[in-house]
Design a protein around this ligand. Structure first.
Ligand SMILES: [Zn+2]
Length: 118
């Protein structure tokens, strides 16, 4: 891209890219990789998923995740897997073990409702 304007834009020829999220022209040296492109610091700070994308190389930016659906589902799957430490969870949450079980039970009911409505 040729830039004939005489504004302190010497970085544009060497380092300019478009942010994959907001499409703004930005300096690639300030950006982080995300998906097929780069993301500007502003968009990175507004979207915590971008940090996850950098942490997990196979992160897809799963836009199918609706918290209202996936949270009860996740809790249900954890419950059914039996792979958790009830005592540790109750300590972490400052709840009784029964209190933690109650949350699991509510998640199980919620997930059953969601599955029926699908
Ligand atoms: Zn951006």
């Amino acid at each position: 891209m040729e830039n004939e304007e005489n504004m302190n834009n010497s970085w544009i020829d060497k380092h300019s890219i478009n942010c994959i999220v907001c499409n703004a022209l930005v300096d690639e040296r300030d950006c982080v990789p995300y998906g097929e492109g780069q993301v500007c610091p502003d968009c990175e700070s507004k979207n915590p998923d971008i940090a996850l994308a950098n942490q997990y190389s196979d992160w897809k930016g799963v836009d199918w995740v609706e918290p209202n659906i996936q949270f009860p589902r996740l809790l249900s799957e954890i419950w059914h897997s039996g792979e958790f430490d009830l005592k540790k969870l109750s300590e972490e949450m400052d709840l009784t073990e029964t209190g933690v079980i109650e949350i699991f039970e509510r998640a199980l009911r919620e997930w059953e409702k969601i599955k029926q409505d699908m």
